[in-house]
Design a protein around this ligand. Structure first.
Ligand SMILES: Cc1cc2nc3c(=O)[nH]c(=O)nc-3n(C[C@H](O)[C@H](O)[C@H](O)COP(=O)(O)OP(=O)(O)OC[C@H]3O[C@@H](n4cnc5c(N)ncnc54)[C@H](O)[C@@H]3O)c2cc1C
Length: 513
């Protein structure tokens, strides 16, 4: 009985699955098409400027800690998680601004300044958000929900009761609007839909648990840059003898008689007992897996999440009015999402997110400047977009939006690099450039999202943002865990089946001897 596992992709999902499987005794190899591991969680260094290319915010750090613990490591020996305060500074189109703090006293003070009439509503909303997390979040994060027998079996009576309280029938926006009169606070909480690349006007209100996840469970930055997490996971994987092959693209996943057999790398067939696909599931069914038409059609019908346009700007000026995380809201949020999801075109007045890690880590920019990571939501790729035009228009929109808050950096950009949805598609092979896999725009997405174990090919598993439970650092790390646990369980079953056959044969042989 062999235990070879080949993993396609060294993103966080692939590394998470690889570490767990190696710890469980499997013989693990990871193949990564890019030069470096980490996928979307990567790093860009140019002269004295340093940028994270993907995540800027870590939530649910206990999921990362859990992986380290499983590997017998202390996370503190590798990484320092830091809280940033305020969690975020929000600038509204009419000129006002609000800092969101985790600490209740500071938040009360800030809301009293901003709009004291909404003070109690704010905390009622957070209590509702926590309830959603307690009712739904813990259950969906705990198990690979497509494994019905395992899932249903693991539910307690109180879990089942809780599932009736997950506000799945309203949209996020509708439920948020029940709490607040102030349109600015509605816009602020609507934005959490974009944490899964989704539309607050259509996504189920269950996603309103995210504000609690951020402000209640904590929002963190990783000292030295978010990329330090990728480095730490790669180090642990290597310590467990995981063989990591970078600059090595997997061309095909070979299956026969409904069982995975091999992967193809550099025109060579590498036999495998199990395969974990960390590459986007839709891309995998389109390009890597032949003769699986039914699932290919099904997965291509699912709506991808938002993509993004990222400007990495070395700004040769300091801005005391900006914090580590900053949002500049558009004037008409509904219009922005209609343009992104209905018209599938860049927003005419986009909301602007700016993360500046040099506010916390001075070494990420020269002394005179700041490293700006500027993220603008973009629709997923349709094809034939004119990126040079879109980049120029978006840059102008950003300047215009910042100007309304008195910030002008038009002549202060010393360094610029841009990632478009095409970059995400080409660099990470993500389906239509989506950042978070499948969008959560329908109330059934949780169940429609690809499972962690292939439905049609035995021995094939999925770990990553396009599989259950979805995109974002903690969820993707959790999907690696689900894939590893399923492989281990299936392997033990096969082993005990093989042992029983062997014992029966030995018994028969003894009878006839
Ligand atoms: C701009 C941006 C901002 C974000 N902000 C946040 C944030 O603040 N907080 C947060 O939690 N999350 C954030 N995310 C999301 C988060 O980065 C992702 O959900 C997560 O990193 C995805 O990990 P993954 O393992 O699913 O896939 P990926 O990171 O996409 O990794 C997949 C890997 O597979 C490789 N691969 C694909 N095909 C092949 C092949 N055929 N052969 C070999 N290798 C292959 C790719 O090269 C890639 O390295 C952000 C993402 C982006 C892009």
């Amino acid at each position: 009985m062999h235990n070879r596992v080949n993993i396609i992709g060294a993103g966080l999902g692939g590394l998470s699955a690889g570490i767990r499987l190696a710890k469980l005794g499997f013989d693990v190899s990871i193949y990564e098409k890019n030069e470096k591991t980490g996928g979307k969680m990567n790093e860009l260094v140019y002269d004295s400027w340093r940028f994270d290319t993907g995540p800027s915010l870590l939530t649910m750090p206990f999921i990362v800690d859990d992986l380290f613990e499983f590997a017998g490591r202390k996370r503190e020996d590798y990484l320092k998680f830091e809280k940033v305060d305020p969690v975020c500074r929000y600038f509204f189109a009419e000129g006002s601004r609000l800092d969101v703090h985790e600490e209740t006293d500071r938040m009360v003070e800030e809301l009293n300044r901003f709009n004291s009439l909404e003070l109690s509503n704010y905390f009622h909303f957070l209590a509702y958000s926590k309830k959603l997390y307690d009712n739904a979040g813990t259950i969906f994060l705990r198990t690979p929900i497509h494994e019905w027998s395992q899932w249903i079996g693991s539910l307690t009576l109180s879990d089942i009761a809780k599932l009736t309280g997950i506000d799945a029938l309203h949209t996020m926006h509708k439920s948020i609007s029940r709490f607040f009169k102030d349109k600015r606070l509605i816009q602020l909480f609507d934005r959490y839909a974009t944490y899964s690349g989704s539309n607050p006007y259509t996504s189920p209100a269950t996603l309103n648990m995210i504000p609690y996840v951020e402000t209640g469970l904590g929002a963190y930055y990783i000292s030295g840059g978010m990329y330090r997490l990728t480095e730490a996971l790669e180090k642990i994987a290597l310590e467990f003898d995981v063989k990591i092959h970078t600059n090595t693209e997997v061309a095909k996943i070979i299956h026969k008689d409904k069982k995975v057999r091999a992967i193809v790398v550099n025109n060579e067939l590498i036999e495998t007992d199990y395969a974990v696909c960390n590459a986007d599931v839709v891309t995998a069914y389109n390009d890597l897996i032949d003769s699986a038409d039914a699932l290919r059609r099904k997965y291509n019908k699912l709506e991808p999440s938002l993509s993004g346009l990222v400007f990495f700007w070395g700004v040769n000026k300091k801005h005391s009015e900006l914090k580590h995380h900053n949002i500049f809201f558009s004037a008409d949020y509904k219009k922005e999402f209609n343009e992104l999801f209905m018209d599938k075109k860049p927003a005419s007045d986009p909301t602007v997110y700016i993360a500046i890690t040099s506010k916390t880590d001075g070494s990420h920019a020269p002394e005179y400047g700041e490293n700006w990571f500027v993220l603008i939501n973009m629709p997923y790729l349709k094809g034939h977009e004119k990126w040079t035009e879109i980049i120029d228009q978006t840059r102008e929109s950003i300047f215009k939006r910042l100007k309304t808050s008195g910030i002008d950096i038009r002549r202060n950009i010393e360094f610029e690099k841009v990632h478009t949805p095409l970059t995400f598609s080409e660099l990470y092979a993500s389906n239509r450039g989506s950042i978070y896999g499948i969008s959560s725009n329908s109330r059934f997405t949780t169940f429609l999202r690809p499972a962690n174990r292939s439905r049609d090919i035995k021995g094939l598993y999925f770990a990553g943002g396009s599989a259950h439970p979805g995109g974002g650092i903690p969820l993707v790390i959790q999907s690696g865990r689900f894939a590893a646990e399923l492989i281990n369980r299936d392997h033990q079953k096969i082993k005990s089946g093989a042992n029983t056959i062997l014992q029966n044969k030995q018994r028969k042989a003894a009878v006839y001897a």
